[in-house]
Design a protein around this ligand. Structure first.
Ligand SMILES: [Zn+2]
Length: 310
């Protein structure tokens, strides 16, 4: 069975799969990233995991994987296969593609950005299946996004395309890690909602999931916190709608786990803001935490099809 390695390197854990050409997952594995052991150890762990996956493929299917796709966080130079920077994992200008290629017997290796890889998978085999233009938004610790077009992702000229988390929706608002104030992620990320709900309740352990439960119970303080995030998110989505006109907005990440508690008021808030823009479908992501790994697998297969074409 022809297969590729798909690997998603996260801040705490790595998710991997062996993926067939039709996108079906033949084998899955997870392993801790181990960032507490330092950057060199993280890189060694990634390379070891990839080599073990290749061995798994040989054992199970009698042949080595044809290619590998790896999704990593931070700033990526996809063209040159370099993991430029990750605050979380500590590397700078790491030649990830070269290192993996050497370790895996010089099979082709695609390096991708974690959120863009996740968006790619949602667009092709998840919530955006069959959609030509979509916007993927991940509401997690921060907010990241990916612009889907013609079956691929528009990464921009410098690899920063789709960073909707840093669109300023409240000028002069909360300080963002990027240096600006009032960025969308300071108001509508899962962390932002957790912070706001902890402040409202005086309970430092109160989080976004607890806030969603309180919203469902009709707690007015929770509703106020929630609506504040929903309004900010709707402002961001409408801005994107004016600029990109996607047919579908796919919302994933921790906060999207709230389901209708998020999507019902969010759709209403988007609709009431639209003037001339056509309303996008606002839908939950489908692939959950395997999106980036599946997207890495798609990148690997894309690489092989490009080689055949060339
Ligand atoms: Zn920002």
């Amino acid at each position: 069975m022809k297969h590729v390695i798909a690997l998603d390197v996260g801040g705490t854990g790595m998710k991997a799969a062996l993926v067939a050409q039709d996108g079906s997952v033949l084998y899955e594995a997870r392993r801790p990233t181990g960032r507490e052991h330092g950057t060199d150890a993280v890189v060694a762990t990634i390379l070891d995991f990839a080599a073990d996956l290749a061995q798994e493929g040989r054992t199970r299917f009698g042949a080595a994987p044809l290619a590998a796709g790896v999704a990593v966080p931070g700033t990526i130079d996809e063209k040159n296969g370099i993991a430029v920077f990750s605050a979380n994992l500590g590397w700078r200008d790491l030649p990830m593609r070269k290192l993996l290629g050497e370790r895996l017997g010089n099979i082709p290796v695609a390096l991708g950005h974690d959120v863009r890889s996740g968006g790619l998978a949602e667009g092709r085999i998840g919530a955006g299946r069959g959609v030509d233009r979509f916007l993927f938004i991940a509401l997690g610790t921060g907010i990241a996004g990916a612009i889907g077009i013609h079956g691929g992702i528009e990464a921009g000229a410098h690899g920063y395309g789709g960073e909707i988390g840093h669109v300023v929706v409240r000028p002069g608002g909360p300080q963002c890690g990027c240096g600006a104030r009032g960025c969308l992620e300071t108001l509508a990320s899962a962390s932002a909602v957790s912070r706001a709900w902890a402040e409202a309740t005086g309970d430092p352990d109160a989080d976004a999931a607890a806030c969603a439960v309180a919203v469902d119970a009709g707690d007015p303080a929770a509703l106020a916190v929630w609506q504040n995030a929903v309004d900010a998110l709707a402002d961001g989505i409408v801005l994107a709608q004016s600029l990109l006109d996607p047919s579908t907005v796919i919302v994933g990440g921790g906060l999207a786990e709230a389901g209708d508690t998020l999507f019902t008021p969010l759709r209403a808030a988007v609709t009431e803001r639209l003037t001339f823009q056509m309303p996008p479908k606002v839908v939950p992501a489908m692939l959950k935490d395997t999106a980036a790994s599946l997207g890495a697998g798609l990148l690997a297969w894309d690489l092989l099809s490009m080689e055949v074409t060339a």
